[in-house]
Design a protein around this ligand. Structure first.
Ligand code: ZN
Length: 380
């Protein structure tokens, strides 16, 4: 029975002292204060493998991910996705929620990928969007109450883990606008009802304040981005934020960017001060949050970027302990895998990441994992 010793252990909720984690058949069998270990990792903190609540494995994080995807066959895309999956898990991200692919490729990859080849992938398939709406090119166009209901049913039959719906326009799709809604409340409510009837969580892509309010009213489980974008800036609404804080909804913050020297896209750059103010206001109000990096959508967001998102939130004034929970136990709750991911506890999957030093004192250590285990198998 492999037993792994670490100087400190973050169990998904609290930072503890020295522990030995016993692994059997890919699962955590026991966590003990002392006893013999097969592997002593030394002066490290052992954490649950990190969980990114929003990635796009079909996007290659290049200068033109949409164009590259358009020009590539499904088989070519799948080959690249395998590499992105390997990069992701090497960064200590052992579970990802893929919130938008083409042709259910992320779901296909999830079924094919061996345990040591990448993270666990929870996939939505093509996001549901209006005709010509945000990310229409991924193939998920559906209009009207009956149209969106049928789209949700199709996804449930395919075996998705989550449904994704584009409540507002987005920055990647010319002709759509982040500050405008795409659907009426009736369609949003119908999609939520249909998803929940199939036992599926449903995630809302929402930038505009009105879209955020609609997603909350309709009962979406997570609200992605939640950036409060207006036409030329971003202006958060304290009334909506108070309602978010009082609800069960989890906001998925699009944090995480590696330094590339390149400026962000103009549509994001001009709104950045307002978005940062919104992110701080969400924290001040105590809104439950996770991180969804949106890995893949551009050069600043390579797959595995999540630890940079954790650092960004701490730099913006978020408590390090809260941020660690957001990428482990709370992310597992948001992704509906809290019974087996996001904690280091008996019976949980042995997805583990070790970092040197103490991430509560310096969250940037997450960017340099010294060991990664996936279902008990050491990958680095
Ligand atoms: Zn996205």
């Amino acid at each position: 029975m492999p037993a792994i010793r670490a100087r400190r252990l973050f169990d998904g909720r609290e930072l503890l002292g020295e522990r030995v984690v016993h692994v059997t058949d890919g699962k955590i069998n026991a966590v003990t204060v002392d006893g013999p270990a097969d592997l002593d990792l030394g002066d490290v903190t052992l954490l649950p493998g990190l969980i990114d609540c929003h990635v796009h494995l079909v996007f290659d994080a290049g200068a033109d991910p949409v164009g590259r995807l358009r020009e590539s066959s499904d088989e070519e895309v799948l080959d690249r996705m395998r590499e992105e999956a390997a990069r992701t898990v090497a960064a200590g991200v052992t579970t990802v929620r893929d919130l938008g692919d083409r042709g259910y490729l992320a779901l296909r990859l999830a079924e094919k990928l061996g345990v040591t080849e990448g993270p666990e992938i929870l996939a939505s398939g093509p996001p549901i969007t209006t005709t010509g709406g945000h990310c229409w090119f991924l193939g998920g166009q559906a209009d009207g109450v009956e149209g969106v209901r049928a789209a949700v049913r199709e996804r449930a039959e395919r075996g998705v883990h989550v449904v994704k719906m584009m409540v507002t326009g987005g920055e990647m799709t010319p002709g759509t606008f982040s500050h405008l809604r795409q659907y009426g409340l009736a369609e949003l409510c119908a999609a939520v009802e249909e998803a929940h009837a199939h036992g599926l969580p449903i995630a809302a892509h929402a930038h505009a304040g009105e879209g955020i309010a609609d997603a909350l009213a309709a009962g979406f489980d997570t609200i992605e981005h939640c950036s409060f974008m207006t036409e030329h800036a971003a202006e958060h609404d304290e009334t909506i934020i108070a309602r978010l804080a009082a609800s069960d909804v989890i906001v998925s913050l699009t944090a995480g960017i590696v330094p590339t020297g390149e400026p962000p896209p103009p549509g994001v750059a001009k709104r950045m001060p307002g978005i940062i103010a919104a992110v701080r206001a969400l924290q001040a109000a105590g809104v439950a949050f996770v991180i969804g990096s949106d890995a893949g959508i551009g050069p600043g967001k390579p797959h595995g970027v999540l630890p940079y998102g954790a650092r960004m939130l701490v730099d913006l004034g978020y408590a390090p302990l809260d941020v660690l929970r957001s990428v482990t136990s709370r992310a597992a709750r948001a992704c509906r895998v809290a019974d087996r991911k996001g904690r280091i506890m008996q019976g949980y999957d042995a997805d583990l990441v070790a970092v040197s030093g103490d991430p509560l004192a310096d969250i940037s250590v997450l960017q340099r994992p010294s060991a990664v285990f996936r279902m008990g198998r050491r990958l680095r």
